[in-house]
Ligand binder design. Structure first.
Ligand code: SF4
Length: 122
């Protein structure tokens, strides 16, 4: 078998299907974005974009995606890409507003801290 064909098959075998990829992406976003931060911390005053609205928006997008998955809808690569873009934008605003850093700083150990980056997402 030609080397190129072997590589192609190995690559294909390693790629998760879009349903698995979407579930993993949702899990990763939930772990990376501080959805459970208290309102008092989210509404810190000097906001550059409304963290509260963006958290609500992203949370509802994740719920919609999960509902679709549970209903047997297979996401496309475009769906995955769209959700990644959304999560990146929300994460950027949270970082600008100091919410992600505030969550990091308030945690006593790094083991307790939620993951606040989106590795591989930006
Ligand atoms: S802009 Fe949004 S996040 Fe900031 S204080 Fe107002 S409601 Fe809270």
């Amino acid at each position: 078998m030609p080397q190129a064909e072997i590589y192609k098959r190995q690559t294909r075998a390693r790629k998760p299907d879009t349903v698995t990829a979407m579930r993993e992406l949702i899990r990763h976003i939930r772990a990376s974005i501080p959805f459970d931060a208290p309102d008092a911390r989210i509404c810190s005053g000097a906001c550059q974009g409304c963290s509260m609205k963006l958290l609500d928006f992203l949370s509802s997008e994740l719920e919609d995606c999960e509902r679709d998955l549970d209903a047997g809808v297979k996401p496309t690569l475009k769906d995955l890409s769209r959700l990644i873009g959304m999560a990146r934008k929300v994460h950027d605003v949270l970082r600008r507003n100091g919410l992600v850093d505030a969550v990091d700083a308030s945690s006593s150990t790094s083991a307790d801290a939620p993951e606040t980056r989106l590795p591989g997402l930006g």
